[in-house]
Design a protein around this ligand. Sequence first.
Ligand code: ADP
Length: 190
Amino acid sequence: MINIVLFGPPGAGKGTQAEHLKEKYNLKHISTGDLFRYNIKNQTELGLLAKSYIDKGALVPDEVTIKMLNAKVEQHLESKGFIFDGFPRTEAQAVSLNELMASKNSQINAMIALEVDDEILVNRLLKRGKTSGRKDDANEDIIRNRIKVYYNETEVLKEFYKKENKYYGVDGVGSISEITDRISKVIDTL
Ligand code: ADP
């Protein structure tokens, strides 16, 4: 298995790149944000709970997120590997993901972090908000809160994966295909 954590702040382009990479490398793409939005749309209990956090730009509690992620991985054990997009976002999630992979006799091979300046992120998200219908993209204060949450709670994970020698930074500014090429160069060395 090849398992990749695609990392970066909101608006860095993780979802877009994951869509290309999953085809190229035949991996299963799991986006926790997409899973939450699916649950919100279908008004499940999980969706109702998650919505109150997501609409504010806060993180959904670890316990809920980890359980959802584990269940999704269990459903796709036949796959050649996973691209994790939006997970882990906290150290507890990263520890849990390592445990999950180990329980499958596998591991995370790399964290690939997309690097994009904050002001570019805000502009990208405001633009996406015009068509995505996402409440958390519609308001600049909520967008800035998500970026703040990223720096306060999530960015430390770079250190977590650096310690495991699994961290790879990639410039996330350029055309979609240029960035896919940059990420592919990393994956091809794994
Ligand atoms: P983006 O990265 O563009 O902010 P996502 O679709 O990845 O968008 O996530 C949207 C929201 O879903 C986050 O702001 C957060 O509230 C929630 N969420 C997604 N993944 C996680 C996670 N791993 N832990 C906690 N909350 C999460």
